[in-house]
Ligand binder design. Structure first.
Ligand SMILES: [Zn+2]
Length: 173
């Protein structure tokens, strides 16, 4: 079984834009209906902002709205990395370790730790209770070797997919 490694993480999330794009794709996929003009649309990135615009009416969408990332000055990439670390260790990493690895203050690390842990455990307890595939696919996306549109045999467990489905109306990504 392939593990989801730091190399996979770096490839999937090379920079801030890739992280934001990931959130946007979960929440506002291209081809979805614009909530304002109600046409099928693609979204264009607004330069210098964490938002996108509808290709037709220019309606702005903010993929981080309502998520633990919103209003945080910590970069999305550090957040994603912290999620990756916590998911792959099943929260076996401490806030102190996060502080060291992320190069943030302890206060910031502790706040991130708390929010991520809550998200991961609220999500669906069985996600963290010994599912073998959690390690490799938690932050990963589609498993390698599967075809687009064909679900992999083991369901991909993105924290990002969990955020949207549970707890009535928890804001996507
Ligand atoms: Zn629109």
């Amino acid at each position: 079984m392939q593990r989801y490694t730091i190399n996979d993480f770096n490839r999937n999330y090379p920079d801030e834009d890739a992280c934001l794009e990931r959130l946007r794709n979960r929440r506002y996929p291209d081809g979805s209906t614009c909530e304002k003009c109600e046409r099928e649309t693609k979204y264009h990135r607004d330069s210098g902002r964490r938002s996108y615009s509808c290709q037709w009416c220019g309606h702005h969408v903010h993929p981080t709205a309502g998520t633990i990332f919103h209003k945080s000055t910590t970069s999305l990439r550090l957040w994603f990395y912290a999620i990756y670390k916590m998911a792959s260790t099943r929260c076996g990493i401490s806030a102190k370790q996060l502080e060291r690895e992320l190069g943030v203050t302890y206060k910031t690390a502790w706040r991130m730790f708390r929010q991520i842990r809550k998200m991961l455990t609220d999500d669906d307890n069985q996600r963290l209770s010994g599912t073998v595939e959690a390690d490799e696919t938690y932050v990963g996306g589609r498993r390698r070797g599967t075809n687009a549109g064909v679900p992999a045999k083991t369901v991909t467990r993105l924290p990002f997919s969990g955020w949207q489905s549970v707890r009535g109306g928890y804001p996507l990504p």
